[in-house]
Design a protein around this ligand. Structure first.
Ligand SMILES: [Fe+2]
Length: 315
C-alpha cells in the first residue's frame, strides 16, 4: 500500500516510491531510504510530500507495519527479512508477468516500446539495489512456466548492479538492464516440449536450443529502435573469452565489456539457481568456480559481482 506523508516524517527504512518534486535527482526513482545523504537531499528539496510503500519498508510512524499488525492480532511475529522476502517475491512475480506480456508482444510482431522496457528494467534494478541478497534468494527458485522470465529479470538486475559497481555510467547501466530482460527472447521461439523436456536431449534438439541467441538476435534486429549493445548481448551472451562459446565462437578481443558482463551474470545466475538435477550453489561457490576459469570469464567482473551479492541467509 502506498501512502503520502509530509517529508519531515521521513525515517530511514521507509521505501520511497516517489518524491513530489520536479527535481531531476528523484525523477522516477524508487528506493529504500538508507542514507543520510538521500534523507538530506529530500529534506532540502522543494518537495513537501513523499509517497512511501508500506509493503517494502517502515510505515508512516516509522514502524514495521505488517509485523506490528501481526503482533496486535496475536499472530506470530515474523522477522523483517521474511516480510521483505515476501514483498520482493510479490514484486518479482508481478514483473515476471509483465515481462511475459512484453516479450510475447515482441514475438508476435508488435512494435517494441523501449521506454516502457527501460522503466521496467529501472524498477527491477531498484529492487536489486535495495535488496540484492533477498532478490537473489527469491529468484533462485523458478516454476517451470516462469523460468525464462525470472531468469531474465535476475540477469537484468545483476547486470545493472554490476555495471554500477564497475563505475559504468547510468545510461549504460540502464541499457544493460534492458538487455538482460531481452537476452533470452530467442528461447520463446523454441517449442516448449524441447525447452522443458525432462529427459535427455537429442543432438538435433540441443542444436535448436543452442540457436536461441541467434534466433533472438534476428527477431530483435528487425526493430530499429533496439540499440546495438542490446542486440550484441542477445546474440553473444553465451560467448566466452577463449572462443569456446557459441554461436560465433568469438574470442576475448572481439567481445565488448558489455557482452563479457552479460556472460558473467548469465552464468552466475544459472549456477546459483535451483535446478532439478543439482542443488543451487552459494554465491561463494559460484564465484570461486568462475574465478578458477579465467579463460572463460572476466575475473574482475566475477569478483565485483561476488562483492555485491555476498551470501547472507534469510531468517
Ligand atoms: Fe541464453
Amino acid at each position: 500500500m502506498l501512502v503520502k506523508i509530509a517529508k519531515d516524517r521521513l525515517r530511514k527504512g521507509m521505501f520511497i516510491e516517489s518524491v513530489s518534486c520536479p527535481s531531476h535527482e528523484f525523477a522516477r526513482r524508487r528506493f529504500l531510504l538508507k542514507s543520510d545523504r538521500d534523507m538530506g537531499a529530500i529534506l532540502a528539496s522543494s518537495a513537501t510530500e513523499v509517497s512511501i510503500n508500506l509493503g517494502l519498508g517502515l510505515d508512516a510512524d516509522g514502524r514495521q507495519p505488517d509485523a506490528a499488525a501481526a503482533a496486535a492480532a496475536g499472530g506470530p511475529r515474523r522477522a523483517p527479512d521474511a516480510l521483505r522476502a515476501e514483498a520482493v517475491r510479490g514484486a518479482v512475480s508481478q514483473s515476471a508477468r509483465a515481462l511475459r506480456a512484453s516479450l510475447g508482444d515482441i514475438v508476435s510482431g508488435q512494435p517494441i516500446d523501449m521506454s516502457s522496457l527501460s522503466r521496467a528494467a529501472e524498477d527491477n534494478a531498484g529492487l536489486w539495489s535495495d535488496s540484492a541478497i533477498i532478490a537473489l534468494e527469491v529468484t533462485r527458485l523458478k516454476s517451470k512456466d516462469e523460468t525464462t522470465y525470472v531468469h531474465s529479470l535476475a540477469v537484468s538486475g545483476m547486470m545493472t548492479l554490476l555495471a554500477r559497481a564497475l563505475d559504468m555510467d547510468e545510461e549504460t547501466a540502464g541499457l544493460l538492464g534492458v538487455a538482460g530482460m531481452l537476452h533470452d527472447i530467442g528461447k520463446l521461439l523454441i517449442p516448449s516440449e524441447i525447452l522443458s523436456k525432462p529427459t535427455a536431449l537429442t543432438d538435433a534438439e540441443r542444436e535448436i536450443i543452442r540457436n536461441h541467441p541467434e534466433a533472438g538476435y534476428r527477431l530483435l534486429r528487425s526493430h530499429p529502435q533496439i540499440p546495438p549493445v542490446v542486440l550484441d548481448i542477445c546474440r553473444l551472451h553465451h560467448e566466452v573469452l577463449d572462443g569456446s562459446g557459441y554461436p560465433l565462437g568469438l574470442r576475448q578481443k572481439d567481445l565488448s565489456t558489455s557482452v563479457r558482463l552479460s556472460t558473467v551474470c548469465d552464468v552466475f545466475e544459472a549456477l546459483t539457481s535451483v535446478r532439478p538435477y543439482k542443488r543451487p550453489w552459494t554465491t561463494t561457490e559460484a564465484v570461486n568456480w568462475m574465478y578458477a576459469r579465467p579463460h572463460l570469464f572476466d575475473r574482475k567482473m566475477v569478483i565485483r559481482l561476488g562483492s555485491v551479492l555476498v551470501d547472507e541467509p534469510i531468517t
